[in-house]
Ligand binder design. Structure first.
Ligand code: AMP
Length: 169
């Protein structure tokens, strides 16, 4: 049902990339509701305590999901954005590296965390997110995505059960 709200934009942000644009999905009341309902059905909410989203599209889905399920939300952010004490994790990009950060007190020891992002491509971002949550003492129980690009096999890098609503070959 939600597939029709995903817009393919060729050659964005650079030649050869087919960008999966989720803004039509967000714009549609039925699409937004179906995506949050869908994400909430992928993993038993009793199996996690809190939801963590990765900047910035992970914030949109993660916060809405947290609100719908009566959970709290933890933001993983780009460097230099979080004001208190942070932990950081770097990961490889095609050219160079990227870093993400989280507050060190964002989870209590052993707290069970559901990880959320809009799209799973190579898996590098979520792999770093999992490492970061473990670094601060959290227990990531699963990862959920609206979209998964199967041909990049990103899930092979993720050592937590991973689920997605829409899969593209
Ligand atoms: P990756 O680390 O390769 O799994 O990339 C995941 C992140 O990059 C997600 O936060 C996505 O928002 C973004 N991303 C990667 N590839 C695409 C794409 N083809 N369309 C839209 N977003 C993408």
């Amino acid at each position: 049902m939600i597939e029709r709200f995903i817009r393919d934009v060729p050659d964005f942000p650079k030649p050869g990339i087919l960008f999966k644009d989720i803004t039509p999905l967000l714009q549609s009341p039925e699409g937004l509701k179906a995506s949050i309902d869908g994400l909430s059905s992928l993993v038993d909410p009793a199996s996690y305590d809190v939801i963590c989203g990765i900047e910035s599209r992970g914030f949109i889905f993660g916060t809405a999901l947290a609100h719908a399920l009566g959970k709290g939300f933890i933001p993983i952010r780009k460097p230099g954005k979080l004001p208190s004490k942070t932990a950081a994790e770097s990961y490889e990009l095609e050219y160079g590296t990227d870093t993400i950060e989280v507050h060190t007190d964002a989870v209590s020891p052993g707290e069970r965390v559901l990880m959320v992002d809009d799209l799973l491509a190579t898996g590098g971002t979520m792999e770093a997110g999992l490492n970061l949550i473990r670094k601060i003492g959290g227990d990531p129980v699963a990862c959920v995505f609206v979209i998964e690009l199967l041909f990049l096999n990103g899930r092979a890098r993720l050592d937590a059960p991973s689920h997605s609503l829409l899969k593209f070959d």
